[in-house]
Structure formats: C-alpha cells, structure tokens
Design a protein around this ligand. Structure first.
Ligand SMILES: Cc1ncc(COP(=O)(O)O)c(C=O)c1O
Length: 388
C-alpha cells in the first residue's frame, strides 16, 4: 500500500462540509422534510430552457472567447445598467462558472499569503477559500438579535496593516440579511481610501423580499478599481445547474482576471451562455413571480419561527434563508441531527457558518408552502419536549 498523494498543503485548509453529514443521514431515511436546500425549487422558466436547447441544435457547442460570449458580456452589462442606472460596458464583465468561480477567482487573486480578509460571520462556506490562498479570515460577528446587521464602523475599526480585502455577502447566506446603502457605501469608501479589495458576493441580489432599494457595491462604490462583484443566474432565474455567472470590475481588473480564467476553466459552457442571454433579455415577470412566492413563504416562516419554542427569529429581508437562534449553549450540530432523526426535518446547523452561531439552525424556504407547514408541524411539538 502507498501513502497516497502528498497534496498541496492548501488542500488541508479545506474542511469536509458538515452539511454533507446531514444530507447523507437524510438520504438513508424515509419521509424527511427538507428545509436544508440552498437552491430554488421552481422549474427553470421555459423560454430559458428553449433558448438552451435551440443553442445546442444550432451547433453552439464550440469553445467561446475566454472572457465570455461577447453577446452575453453585453447582455450582463445592459442588465445592470437598466437595473441600477449605471454605465457598465462588456469589458467590465467576465463570464464564469457560476458565482462560485467568480468568488474563487476574486478570493485567490486579490488576497495575499499571511494577510487578512475581513469577513462577516455567519459566513457562507466560500470563506474557506481564503485560508486555501494562504490568507487569514478575520470574522466580525453579527447576531440574530440585531437581524444580522453589520455596523460599518466595526468593519472600519477592524482594518489593520495586514488587511488586504473585505468580503461582503448581501443578501446573505445563511441569514438573508440585506445591508442598507449607508453600510455598503461606508465600507466601500473605506476600502477605496485604504487600497483594499472589496469582494461582494451578490448572488441573491434579485431576491429582495421587501419594498427596499437593493444596495449593490456597484452603486455604492466611488469607482470599480478596488471592487469585484460576483453574481450569477443560479438563484434569480432558478437555473443553478446551468452553472453560469460573472465577475464585474474595472476593465483593467477584468483583463487581469481574464488571464487567470484562462488557466481555470478557459471558457464557459457555450449553450448555457446563450440561455443566459435569453434569461437576462427576456420577460422578467418570472423573477417577479418567484420573488412573490419567496415573500409569502418568508412571511409564514417568520410566524412559524415565532410560534416555535426555543427559537429566536427575526425577519430576513432577502434570499430564502432564516437562521433563528436556539438558547445559549445549545449545540446546533446535535439539535439538527436529533431533529432529523427524531422528527424527520432536515435543517443545517449554524456552526457550519462559523463558531459564533453554533447555537443556531439555518432554515431554507426554497421549498413549497406545504413542506414548510409540514416541517413545523413536526418541529414545534418536538421542540416543546426539549429542555435546552
Ligand atoms: C452566498 C453564495 N454565494 C455563491 C453561491 C454559488 O452560486 P452559483 O451557483 O452561482 O455558483 C451560493 C450558492 O448557494 C451562495 O449561497
């Protein structure tokens, strides 16, 4: 027997996802209600599917240009310009394999070994890429009691000589929190003044559940030189499996990232890129309808969390997650496992998103209202029996 491959040490920085343990346990059980899934449950709108199929039929199966299909780079820029009244051009856009790849590229290209990146906890698992790149995440903790809002001054105060970047995610996974314009603007200006990269994961930018203006780093930043916004069509158009997204930045930064992209995936799925053109330029009422459904579910789930003993909730403003807290000292990993085994409801333990939220559960409402009701019919009596 050999000792196996002596991997690059950066691989050791990547944890096994604790989430897998819950999925694997659930997969071996029957009649589990999932409040765990982080992807839209709606079918991909038919005009997008048709465009994808048509692209394949027309033989759009060859390599595309490395920065992306020119028609798509134009469509992405046009979509943002319409949405935010800004003036992006195609050269501000790099097409990637979903938001994940855009974040991977940003986090590995803009951080330096030994330097620090300010991140906001609870934080989505992409944070581990920072350690993989040799840098150190510096978490700023936000809490359910404050609706997981971020004090921009706390971010500014946390900046030190070793800080090289700030990572934001609004609306956030796992909290659904949306930062107001003052917050994003203050952080962006501080980053620009100090020459720090602002890496903003805006994959839920269209899933805004209240009547508020969404504050993107694109509209809150004095210039794009220090900003990389990552997003995709996965959530907005319910097409996560088509794996298309983008990075937005200054034209100069995009040229540098394009060079990097050449060595990762080189170019993205050509037929999927045509499907995304159809998504961005087609009728947007499908997005409005999905958001309307998420809003109804959010309103109901906030009521149900309020009724559930031992859960402290709040009202998430975006995405399709809520992360209520359990009483102090409760172990979310254990509670989520027992909830799964004993009540057959699958949630995700808060500890998957940072130590500070170990006594929380992430609940996804990317599932039907019936499933949400059924889950709480099981959870509430189960929680009533617990003594935390
Ligand atoms: C915060 C966040 N960023 C990025 C992603 C990945 O998005 P994509 O499917 O576009 O790669 C997810 C998916 O769950 C997410 O929640």
């Amino acid at each position: 027997m050999t000792a196996g491959i002596d991997w690059n040490p950066s691989l050791a920085e990547l944890p096994f996802s604790p989430i897998r343990k819950y999925f694997n346990t659930a997969a071996a059980m029957e009649d589990v209600v999932h409040l765990s899934i982080g992807q839209p449950d709606f079918p991909t709108p038919s005009h997008i599917v048709e465009a994808h199929v048509q692209a394949l039929r027309e033989g759009k199966t060859r390599y595309e240009l490395d920065a992306g299909l020119p028609r798509l780079r134009e469509a992405v820029a046009g979509w943002y310009n319409l949405r935010y009244g800004i003036e992006l051009g195609p050269d501000n856009v790099l097409i990637t394999t979903g938001c994940c790849q855009a974040m991977f590229m940003a986090l590995t290209a803009a951080v330096k070994p030994g330097m620090e990146v300010i991140v906001v906890e609870p934080v989505f698992i992409l944070v581990h890429i920072i350690r993989m790149a040799g840098a150190i995440p510096r978490p700023l903790v936000t809490t359910a009691g404050e609706g997981y809002q971020l004090d921009p001054q706390a971010v500014i105060d946390a900046i030190n000589d070793r800080t090289c970047a700030i990572m934001l995610n609004s609306p956030g996974n796992p909290t659904g929190a949306i930062y107001p314009e003052e917050t994003v603007r203050a952080i962006s200006e501080a980053a620009a003044e100090r020459g720090l990269a602002l890496i903003s994961d805006e994959v839920y930018e269209c899933l805004i559940l209240d009547d508020v203006e969404y504050a993107s780093a694109l509209t809150c930043s004095p210039a794009l030189d220090h900003v990389i916004v990552a997003s995709s069509v996965s959530k907005t158009y319910s097409m996560a499996g088509l794996r298309l997204g983008w990075a937005i930045s200054s034209a100069g930064n995009i040229v540098d990232l394009q060079r990097y992209h050449m060595f990762i995936s080189t170019t993205e799925n050509t037929a999927s890129q045509w499907a995304v053109v159809a998504a961005l330029e087609g009728d947007q009422s499908c997005v409005d309808e999905m958001v309307r459904q998420y809003r109804r579910r959010r309103d109901r789930i906030v009521e149900l969390v309020d009724q559930a003993p031992a859960l402290t909730g709040y009202t998430p403003g975006g995405a399709f997650f809520i992360m209520p807290f359990l009483p102090e000292g409760a172990d979310g990993f254990e509670v989520a496992m027992r909830l799964l085994r004993e009540a057959r409801v699958c949630t995700i333990p808060g500890g998957a998103f940072g130590r500070s939220c170990n006594n929380a559960l992430r609940i996804s409402f990317a599932t039907s209202m019936d499933q949400i009701e059924k889950a709480f019919e099981r959870m509430i009596p189960w929680l009533e029996k617990q003594s935390f």
